[in-house]
Design a protein around this ligand. Structure first.
Ligand code: TXA
Ligand code: MG
Length: 324
């Protein structure tokens, strides 16, 4: 059984981490699966609990930006500028690792992903723990990331020691990831709530898009972030299939009124999410999980068309709908 810890039980979560145990923790993006980043046995348990291949590197979560120099040997001024501007927040920086970082955490890479999450409970957890905490999203490998403690339990109950319940995640999808290694441009590996133009404004330079070509962040080309039922992104309700038992997620205003009779018969579940991409992102993963629980022949998604997080939302939908 996995224990559910409340806001007044942070000290117990710290003890579990110190003993090499696994504690899922809330962040503003999604819940992470935490373990002591300085304990290889604990890190190995994270891969095991998730069913994640060990070549997929883990993000190390830190209490504050001052810890950067402990976990990375970078001297790149762009790194400190981004950390200062966006931490705590939904931005992960991939930088050259220091000796403090285990190669087990980085999947053998010489770089490490670092992030200071913006969630009061977890900041106090990291503060009291004192060290780094590895934290992949707290779901089974390839599945939808959890945005509540209940989602964590649905995937990992009995496989981890505890989950610290910090309520539903504010942002709802994973952090923006950029890589800053060497003298080249800053490379975007995963879009998120921190938008490219915000990063470019602070850096005074243009980002390079690392999403095409070889996939350095997991799940870029193959199916990932996916429920069990196939997901299909549609452009309008006209694209609904006759006969399919459909779960429908709508990210626009007033589309439901346009559904005619046979459409309604085949739609076994519908959720209308906010038309703005940020509001849609906040509800998306919970909607995918609930839609999935109805065992539809497919989950159709009519995405939002505007908002600063549109790029990030479309990225996650593309991954959720990728085959294989
Ligand atoms: O919002 C988030 O980033 C959440 C919360 C818990 O912080 N974490 C998260 O972790 O999404 P995960 O492991 O599910 O996704 C991290 C991504 C993976 O695709 C991984 O391959 C990539 O970051 N990554 C981590 N370290 C890397 C490295 N050194 N080089 C390239 N990619 C890296
Ligand atoms: Mg993940």
């Amino acid at each position: 059984m996995t224990r559910v810890l409340g806001p007044d039980q942070v000290a117990e979560a710290v003890s579990i981490l110190r003993a090499g145990g696994l504690v899922a923790f809330p962040t503003e993006t999604v819940y992470g699966l935490g373990a002591d980043a300085s304990n290889d046995d604990a890190i190995a348990r994270v891969y095991e609990a998730k069913g994640r291949p060990t070549g997929h590197p883990l993000i190390v979560h830190l209490a504050d930006a001052k810890q950067l120099s402990v976990w990375s040997v970078t001297t790149d001024e762009r790194v400190s500028r981004l950390a200062q501007e966006f931490w705590p927040g939904p931005l992960t920086l991939i930088v050259p690792r220091s000796n403090r970082v285990s190669l087990l955490a980085t999947g053998g890479r010489e770089t490490v992903g670092l992030r200071v999450p913006n969630h009061d409970l977890t900041r106090s957890l990291l503060d009291q723990f004192g060290g780094g905490v590895v934290g992949p999203s707290a779901n089974r490998f390839g599945h939808v990331s959890p945005t509540t403690a209940a989602h964590v339990l649905a995937d990992l109950d009995g496989r981890i020691d505890a989950v610290l319940d910090g309520g539903p995640a504010e942002v709802g999808i994973e952090s923006t990831i950029v890589e800053i290694v060497g003298d080249g441009p800053v490379v975007l590996l995963r879009p998120g709530a921190i938008a490219v133009d915000q990063l470019e404004r602070v850096l005074g330079e243009v980002l390079s898009d690392g999403r095409s070509g070889d996939s350095r962040a997991a799940g870029m080309l193959t199916s990932h972030y996916a429920p069990a039922s196939p997901v299909r992104v549609i452009e309008s309700l006209v694209d609904l299939d006759r006969g399919a038992k459909t779960a429908l997620i709508i990210g626009r205003d007033s589309e439901l009124a346009d559904m005619d009779g046979w459409h309604q018969e085949n739609v076994i579940w519908t959720e209308q999410l906010p038309a703005d991409a940020a509001g849609f992102a906040r509800g998306l993963y919970a909607a995918l999980r609930t839609g999935d629980s109805h065992n539809p022949s497919e989950i159709l998604v009519l995405p939002p068309t505007s908002g600063a997080m549109l790029d990030a939302v479309l990225d996650r939908l593309a991954k959720a709908s990728a085959i294989g």
